[in-house]
Design a protein. Structure first.
Length: 347
């Protein structure tokens, strides 16, 4: 089955073609990052308008790359949520329009299920069951994954997501949006011993996270340096390093707990923050200690992309799932643990 995947939930237009027999055939991405950078964050209305400009040319590009004509598509999958409603509607309407014209099935899929299963596109994909740490711009969750659509939420952030915290810290340090990669780059030059930031919610049992206090802590540290006229480049690097260490350490502590609690030996880490090298290094070390193994998507599939949507869509479409004709879905808020396994239980 050849499935076209469409991602438009936020500020990336992603399109890909996944063939259930041959794997990923093509993928293309247009990032709106530069357009939103001058506003310091994503402007929803601008995002929707830009998706309408980019989506059809990207679909053409992917079909060309895969050497397929539209008529050779078997189905279309699109991100139905969660995300910005206007942005989601662009993908949903395009997918439904195309599917109707071609007379093929179409399915709206869950964006976080896409992130969660993105490591399945790699050469050595994880087998079920596993523990997943989803760390992105809008989510920080630990999930026990027993199979496709069989998810149990173990813990999540009670306030900011880890990626959001990275973005806010970046802003305070005068770095551009999105800040995660930039904070990480600055932190490389920082001295890990100079500041120690708190590891929120690690001193009590449980698998929930909280990152908003860390934001205040970062701001206070910056203000104190400023007041003492010591906020030079090395000091900013030291703050970035302390911030990154605190987030990474907190994530590692909770992953360790989740592995212990479930007794599982496989850990999947996905979403934008899973691109963070310090996080990967620390998790590798933890996993090695307990003969467990960590799995990640390749770098460009950590953040938003069409490939993960095509993949998840293909699994569910294969099992017979599809949207009703003419009923497109755009669901801004949609908890992942409300998903179900496909009825036929094929995948
Ligand atoms: P969601 O998937 O929750 O709806 P999103 O789609 O905006 O949110 P992603 O595209 O998965 O999120 O990830 C983007 C986030 O990842 C941003 O917050 C960005 O700062 C962060 N990020 C990307 N690379 C890194 C890195 N190397 N270190 C830390 N954070 C990173
Ligand atoms: Mg993004
Ligand atoms: Fe995302």
């Amino acid at each position: 089955m050849r499935v076209l995947g469409i991602e438009t939930s936020c500020d990336e237009t992603g399109v890909a073609l996944y063939d259930t027999e041959r794997g990923l055939m093509a993928d293309a991405l247009y990032s709106q990052v530069a357009m939103h950078a001058e506003f310091g964050g994503v402007v929803p209305e601008l995002a929707s308008r830009d998706h309408t400009r980019r989506l059809l040319p990207l679909i053409e590009q992917v079909l060309e790359e895969a050497r397929l004509s539209r008529g050779e598509l078997d189905a279309i999958a699109y991100t139905a949520g969660p995300g910005l409603v206007g942005a989601l509607m662009v993908g949903a309407a395009t997918a439904h329009g195309m599917a109707r014209a071609l007379g093929i099935p179409v399915l709206g899929v869950h964006h976080m299920e896409g992130h969660l299963l993105a490591p399945m596109l790699e050469d050595e994909p994880p087998a079920f069951p596993f523990v997943a740490l989803l760390v992105s711009g809008g989510h920080t969750q630990l999930v026990e994954v027993k199979g496709l659509g069989r998810y149990r939420l173990l813990g999540e952030s009670v306030d900011d997501a880890a990626g959001e915290a990275f973005d806010k810290a970046a802003k305070m340090l005068g770095l551009d949006y999105p800040g995660g990669p930039q904070v990480a780059r600055l932190a490389e030059r920082g001295d890990p011993g100079r500041f120690r930031f708190p590891r929120p919610m690690t001193d009590r049992p449980g698998l929930d996270f909280s990152f908003s206090g860390l934001k205040t802590h970062t701001l206070t540290a910056i203000r104190q340096l400023e007041a003492a006229a010591e906020l030079d480049d090395p000091a900013r690097a030291d703050v970035a390093r302390a911030f990154e260490e605190a987030v990474v350490d907190t994530l590692v502590i909770k992953c360790r707990r989740a592995l212990d609690q479930t007794g599982l030996k496989r850990l999947v880490v996905a979403g934008g923050v899973s691109a963070n090298l310090r996080l990967r290094e620390r998790l590798e070390h933890e996993c090695a200690k307990r003969s467990a193994r960590a799995y990640y998507p390749r770098g460009r599939f950590c953040t938003d992309n069409g490939a993960m949507i095509a993949y998840v869509g293909a699994q569910r479409l294969l099992a017979g799932e599809r949207d009703e004709i003419g009923v497109m879905k755009a669901v801004p808020r949609w908890p992942m643990d409300s998903l179900e396994a496909p009825a036929s239980g094929q995948a």
